[in-house]
Ligand binder design. Structure first.
Ligand SMILES: [Zn+2]
Ligand SMILES: [Zn+2]
Length: 311
C-alpha cells in the first residue's frame, strides 16, 4: 500500500476534492495538517435539509434529514493504519473526536451523535485512506434510547450509574478482562454479541467524553492503540468497526451512564436467524477471546501498560 495516491481525495494536496474543512489539526514539525475533518460529500444528514415530500398517509412519520455527517481523516499518510500508529498519533484523533462531537451536539435539533470507524471493505469502508466518521441525528436511535431507559431504571433502583456497575462487575469477575490502566478497563463484555467484541471502559464514573482532559486522553490513546493492535494480532487482522457511545447531552441522563468505546471485529457475518430475530449467536465465548488477547501481554491477569506508551 503506497503512502500517497494521486487519486485519493483524503491524501494531502487533494483537499479540493473534498468539501471545505471543518477542522484541521496541524503537525507543527511539518507545518501541515495531521488530522482533517469535513462534511461527507455523500452525507446522509445535513444541517439544512430539504423539507420532506408531501405525503398522503398521515399515519406515516417523515422528518427532514437534518443532522451532521462528517469525515475525519486520521493521518496524512494513505497507508497509516491504526495498528501501525504510535499512541501519540491517537491523541490528535481523540481531540478531533471531542471537538467535532461537541460542535455537532451544539447544533439545534441534534439529539445524538455517534463517532465511528469502518476499517476494511468487510466493515463497510469504501475508501482505503484511514478515516473515521461522525453522524449526528435529530432523534435518539433505538439502541441509545433502550440504554438510556435501562440506565434510568437502574439509577432509580440502586442510585448507581449503569456503566460504572458493568465495569465494576467485569473487574470483579476478572475472566473477561484483557487489561487495565489507572482509569480504563479493556474487556470482552459478558454475553458479547459477536466474537471478540471488545469494550474500552472508563473504570470510575467519567466526565463527558468531550470534556476529557489531556492526561486522561494520553492514557486513553495508549489503551486504544494497544486494543486495536491486539484485535489485529490475535484474530488475524480482521476488518472491524468501532463506535464511541457517548453519554446523552442532558445532565440528568449523564449521571446514570458514561461513555465507552465498542470494537466490533467482523469475524462472523450475521445470518438469517440473527437478522430476522435481532438475537445474537456468538461462536467464541468472551472468556476465551479475553484469554487470547491477554496472550501477547504475558498471559492471565490484568496488565497495566505504561501510561500513553506502546506495550
Ligand atoms: Zn489517501
Ligand atoms: Zn458511571
Amino acid at each position: 500500500m503506497p503512502r500517497y495516491r494521486k487519486d485519493c481525495p483524503f491524501c494531502p494536496g487533494n483537499e479540493e476534492m473534498t468539501p471545505a474543512a471543518s477542522l484541521e489539526l496541524t503537525d507543527e514539525a511539518r507545518a501541515k495538517w495531521s488530522i482533517r475533518a469535513f462534511p461527507n460529500r455523500y452525507a446522509v444528514l445535513t444541517p439544512n435539509p430539504e423539507a420532506p415530500s408531501a405525503q398522503s398517509d398521515d399515519r406515516l412519520v417523515r422528518l427532514p434529514a437534518r443532522g451532521v455527517h462528517e469525515v475525519i481523516v486520521e493521518s496524512p499518510l494513505h497507508n497509516r493504519f491504526p495498528d501501525r500508529r504510535t499512541p501519540e498519533e491517537f491523541v490528535g484523533l481523540i481531540r478531533a473526536y471531542q471537538l467535532r462531537s461537541a460542535a455537532a451536539m451544539a447544533l439545534p435539533g441534534v439529539a445524538y451523535a455517534l463517532v465511528f470507524k469502518n476499517h476494511g471493505a468487510g466493515a463497510g469502508t469504501s475508501l482505503v485512506h484511514p478515516h473515521s466518521q461522525i453522524i449526528a441525528t435529530p432523534v435518539l436511535p433505538a439502541r441509545a434510547e433502550r440504554t438510556a431507559q435501562r440506565a434510568d431504571e437502574h439509577w432509580r433502583d440502586t442510585g448507581r450509574c449503569l456503566t460504572c456497575e458493568v465495569a465494576d462487575g467485569e473487574l470483579t469477575s476478572g475472566n473477561r478482562v484483557v487489561l487495565t490502566t489507572d482509569n480504563f478497563a479493556v474487556v470482552e463484555p459478558f454475553a458479547a454479541g459477536q466474537p471478540a467484541e471488545t469494550w474500552i471502559m472508563p473504570i470510575a464514573h467519567a466526565t463527558p467524553f468531550v470534556t476529557m482532559e489531556i492526561e486522561t486522553i494520553n492514557e486513553f490513546a495508549g489503551v486504544l492503540q494497544t486494543t486495536l493492535r491486539l484485535v489485529s494480532e490475535c484474530f488475524g487482522d480482521p476488518d472491524y468497526n468501532y463506535a464511541l457511545h457517548q453519554e446523552p447531552p442532558d445532565e440528568t441522563a449523564c449521571r446514570c451512564q458514561h461513555w465507552y468505546l465498542q470494537v466490533l471485529p467482523r469475524l462472523k457475518e450475521p445470518a438469517g436467524f440473527e437478522l430476522g430475530s435481532g438475537m445474537a449467536i456468538n461462536t467464541l465465548s468472551p472468556e476465551v477471546a479475553a484469554e487470547r488477547m491477554r496472550g501477547p501481554l504475558g498471559g492471565r491477569g490484568a496488565v497495566i501498560p505504561p501510561q500513553g506508551k506502546d506495550v
